[in-house]
Design a protein around this ligand. Structure first.
Ligand SMILES: NC(=O)C1=CN([C@@H]2O[C@H](COP(=O)(O)OP(=O)(O)OC[C@H]3O[C@@H](n4cnc5c(N)ncnc54)[C@H](O)[C@@H]3O)[C@@H](O)[C@H]2O)C=CC1
Ligand SMILES: O=C(O)C(=O)[C@H](O)COP(=O)(O)O
Length: 382
């Protein structure tokens, strides 16, 4: 059993070596020649898995250690009886951490209170649903837009995109890339909708780059400069639009989901799927793969404002400004595409908010609820 695995998949040896011979390759270098002699292929989102890649191979299994599956032609795999598995929800918590860290950073920079904003969430699945849960627990007013869910579950609790555009201060996109059909998301935020955004709106895209018309967004940012963009995903990755990158308040190289926890969960889900396919037992648990976090706990004294406490704890675990700064620096040093990929390949260790226990001194009890709502563990300090 020969298993070709993307070099950016962590814990690949621990998970896949017990199942077969593991061959590691950079995701963008996995091609038809390397796949020809493979029995199983384990990728992340940058390897296009289509008929051209798998034709002539003896592949029996393809797994992507990611949530998104738009890089995989699942019909072409089914046609050849190649089993396919993805990793739903694996890094959803990390994306929610990214959104909260970005909004907290903008709140500080632009001088608004995050807890007073109204947030519109487009795509309320594993990511958007968890974001909704954390924001509502924080007491933030939210509107949710998810036409496929509204169709299945009924309209209560959902609004249409036009309403979100009109009524929300922040618009967060968490849709998959769907090119065709009644609920296509390709260019969902098109030139008309971008023109309709009220001045002061924050647009955050952590879904897929092609869900937003980048040219229209760049036009609005450069001509009027009256909205704010937070962009983690881009059209044409890794060769992204440098002008749009420079106009975005926060620009990151498709790393919203890049917590170690999220990546390891993705690997572990595909390990389980492949072992199941081979009829082999799964001896490794997720807990065996995840090392202890470098920062396990911190203590807060009484007297901190809620938003200051939230920002302090978020930054202790994940400071999104670091990812923005390294994309700008590496793009200027190496060019847009190489800089983008270099930041992803050498991504520093990042853990999720849930790995940090915040101990509260007597008198700081008012922070307990908001900190828990944001995703941290909370304990009492003496
Ligand atoms: N930036 C990053 O690092 C990451 C990006 N992603 C992207 O985020 C996407 C969403 O992830 P999950 O929430 O886990 O997926 P999911 O499949 O659990 O949820 C997606 C939701 O979007 C909804 N949706 C579909 N078409 C829609 C439309 N036209 N308008 C509004 N909503 C629509 C679906 O009904 C579903 O509820 C992934 O497909 C992936 O492309 C996921 C993980 C990390
Ligand atoms: O899970 C997804 O969907 C994502 O977008 C991943 O975080 C992307 O990770 P890479 O494939 O870019 O390593």
């Amino acid at each position: 059993m020969r298993i070709v695995v993307d070099a950016n998949v962590p814990a690949a040896t621990e998970c896949f070596a017990p199942l077969g011979e593991v061959v590691r390759l950079p995701g963008r270098e996995i091609d038809a020649a390397t796949v020809r002699s493979a029995d199983a292929l384990v990728v992340r989102s940058i390897t296009r898995v289509d008929e051209a890649l798998v034709a002539g191979s003896r592949l029996r299994f393809v797994g992507t250690c990611t949530i998104g599956t738009d890089h995989v032609d699942s019909a072409a795999l089914a046609e050849r009886s190649i089993a396919f598995a993805s990793a739903p929800g694996c890094n959803a918590e990390a994306v929610v951490d990214y959104v909260l860290a970005s909004l907290a950073t903008l709140a500080e920079r632009q001088g608004f209170r995050l807890l007073e904003r109204r947030v519109g969430i487009v795509g309320v699945g594993n990511v958007g649903g968890r974001l909704l849960g954390r924001l509502q627990a924080l007491g933030i007013d939210c509107l949710a837009c998810d036409p496929p869910r509204a169709e299945r579950e009924g309209p209560t609790g959902f609004a249409d995109l036009e309403t979100l555009i009109e009524a929300c201060d922040v618009l967060c996109l968490h849709t998959p890339l769907v090119r065709e059909g009644p609920h296509a998301t390709h260019q969902l935020l098109d030139a008309r909708r971008i023109a309709e955004l009220a001045p002061g709106t924050i647009v955050l895209n952590a879904g897929r780059g092609d869900c937003v018309n980048g040219q229209a967004l760049r036009g609005r940012l450069s001509a009027q400069g009256d909205i704010t963009a937070v962009l983690d995903v881009w059209e044409g990755e890794p060769a992204i639009d440098a002008a749009l990158r420079d106009l975005a308040a926060i620009a990151t190289p498709h790393v919203a989901g890049y917590s170690l926890d999220g990546k390891l969960r993705g690997t572990h889900q595909i390990y389980q799927a492949l072992a199941h396919r081979l009829g082999l037992p799964t001896r490794l648990t997720f807990e065996m793969l995840a090392p202890p976090p470098p920062l396990r706990s911190l203590t807060l004294e009484a007297g901190l404002e809620v938003e200051d406490a939230l920002r302090l704890c978020m930054r202790a675990v994940y400071d999104v400004r670091r990812d923005h700064d390294s994309l700008i620096r590496e793009s200027r040093r190496q060019g847009a595409a190489r800089g983008f990929d270099a930041c992803r390949a050498s991504y520093p260790l990042r853990r999720e908010f849930a790995t940090l226990a915040v101990a509260l001194r007597p008198g700081a009890d008012a922070l307990a609820e908001p900190l828990r709502a944001a995703g941290f563990q909370v304990t009492q300090a003496s």
